[in-house]
Design a protein around this ligand. Structure first.
Ligand code: FA5
Length: 350
C-alpha cells in the first residue's frame, strides 16, 4: 500500500493566509445582511465553507509539522471570526451587543407579540356606561356583600317572600362575635340584584337622581346557555318630579336602539317586581326566540317612603338589565358559559 499523499506545511500556510485575506476583504465589503449571510456561508459555512475545506487538509500534514499547522489554522479561524463579527456589528448598526450571530437579520420583522385585551364583559360595561352617559346617567357603586335591608326589606320584599328562600340566595354566616359586632346582626348575603344600589343612592342623595350601577350579582342558578350563578347587571334609577312610565319606555327604547340597533326586535311586557308598580320586562328577539334582557318599572311608593322621600313630591323609574345577555347578542355568543371559562381561543376574538 502506498503512503497517503502529504501536503507541505508551507503550501498549507499559504492557503490559509490567502483564505484569511479574501475573507477579511469580503466581510469588509458586504453592504447588507443578504451579502453578509452569503459571505458567512462561503467562508465559515458548517458543511461546505472554505475554512472547513482547508481544515480537512490538516490530516494530510506530516506528523512533525502538524502542531505548527494547527496553530496557524487557529490564528486564521480567529481572524476570520473577528472580520465576520465586525461586519455583523456594522450591518446591524452596532447598537446591540448581543448581535453576534450573522444568522440574525435585523431587517426582518420581530416575533409578533400578542397584546392583551379587555374581557368582553368589561368592554360591554364600558359601552353601556357610554350610552347611558349620553342619556344623562352617571355611574354609582355598591358592595357585593349586602345586608337584609338593602337586598330585601327596603325593596318591599317582605320577610315571608319566596325570594328570600335559602335555595335562591348565597347567605353568609358570621363566624365570630367580633364580625357580628362590626357588621351588625343583619343577615348578610351576596347581593342577588343591583337594585340594592338604588336604595343606597336614595338614602344618601336628594332628588333629582339619574344613576346607573354596573356590577356582579350572585344567585344559586344552575348554569345553562343563558344562566350563570354569577353574572352582571346594569341598574338604572331616575327620580324627579313627575317621572312616568312614558319616560321609562323612552329611555329603554333609546338604550335598546343605541345598543342593539334598529334591526333587533324588542318588546316590553307586563310583569311583577315587589319594588316597582307597574312593572315590565324587556325582551329581544334572537335565534328564533324572545330572550329576556331586563326588568323595570315605576318605583313603588313604599320604596320611596323607606328611604325617606315623599311619594307625593317625587316619583321615578328603575330598571335592571342582564349585562351578559346584552354582550351575547352583540357578539353572537350562543352560550353564557363561554364568557367564564377563560379559554384564550375564545377571548382573543374580541
Ligand atoms: C331583577 O334582578 C330586578 N332587580 C330587575 C329590576 C330592577 C326590576 C329595577 C325593576 C326595577 P331579574 O331577576 O329578572 O330582575 O333579572 C334581571 C335580568 O338579569 C334578567 O332579565 C336577565 O337578563 C338577567 N339574569 C337573571 N338571572 C340570570 C342568570 N342566572 N344569568 C345571567 N343573567 C341573568
Amino acid at each position: 500500500m502506498s503512503p497517503a499523499a502529504t501536503i507541505p506545511l508551507e503550501d498549507f500556510i499559504k492557503e490559509l493566509e490567502d483564505l484569511a485575506q479574501s475573507a477579511i476583504e469580503e466581510f469588509g465589503a458586504v453592504a447588507d445582511s443578504e451579502q453578509l449571510e452569503a459571505a458567512r456561508i462561503e467562508f465559515v459555512g458548517a458543511r461546505k465553507g472554505k475554512f472547513k475545506t482547508v481544515q480537512k487538509k490538516l490530516g494530510s500534514i506530516d506528523g512533525p509539522d502538524k502542531k505548527a499547522a494547527g496553530m496557524k489554522l487557529n490564528d486564521v479561524k480567529k481572524s476570520i471570526e473577528k472580520a465576520l463579527n465586525e461586519s455583523v456589528e456594522r450591518i446591524s448598526g452596532g447598537g446591540n451587543e448581543k448581535v453576534r450571530d450573522a444568522k440574525f437579520d435585523p431587517t426582518l420583522p420581530g416575533p409578533q407579540q400578542r397584546v392583551g385585551k379587555l374581557h368582553p364583559i368589561t368592554q360591554t360595561i364600558e359601552e353601556l356606561k357610554d350610552i347611558m352617559g349620553r342619556l344623562g346617567f352617571t355611574p354609582a357603586d355598591g358592595p357585593e356583600i349586602e345586608d337584609d335591608w338593602h337586598n330585601f326589606k327596603a325593596l318591599n320584599i317582605s320577610d315571608s317572600h319566596p325570594a328570600r328562600d335559602p335555595l335562591d340566595n348565597f347567605y353568609l354566616s358570621l363566624a365570630s362575635s367580633r364580625e357580628k359586632h362590626v357588621l351588625g346582626d343583619n343577615d348578610l348575603l351576596m347581593r342577588t340584584q343591583t337594585s340594592t344600589v338604588q336604595i343606597r343612592v336614595m338614602e344618601t342623595t336628594q332628588p333629582p337622581i339619574r344613576i346607573i350601577s354596573l356590577g356582579r350579582v350572585y344567585r344559586p342558578d344552575t348554569a345553562d346557555s343563558t344562566h350563570y350563578p354569577m353574572f352582571h347587571q346594569m341598574e338604572g334609577l331616575m327620580i324627579d318630579e313627575l317621572v312616568t312610565l312614558a319616560d321609562l319606555k323612552t329611555v329603554l327604547k333609546l338604550f335598546a336602539t343605541s345598543y342593539l340597533g334598529n334591526e333587533v326586535p324588542i318588546r316590553i311586557r307586563p310583569s311583577f317586581f315587589p319594588f316597582t308598580e307597574p312593572s315590565v320586562e324587556a325582551d329581544y328577539f334572537w335565534n328564533g326566540k324572545w330572550v329576556e334582557f331586563g326588568g323595570a318599572g315605576i318605583v313603588d311608593p313604599s320604596v320611596l317612603t323607606a328611604v325617606g322621600y315623599d311619594p307625593e313630591q317625587v316619583s321615578g323609574f328603575a330598571f335592571g338589565l342582564g349585562v351578559e345577555r346584552l354582550c351575547m347578542i352583540r357578539h353572537q355568543i350562543t352560550d353564557i358559559r363561554y364568557l367564564f371559562t377563560n379559554d384564550v381561543r375564545f377571548l382573543r376574538q374580541f
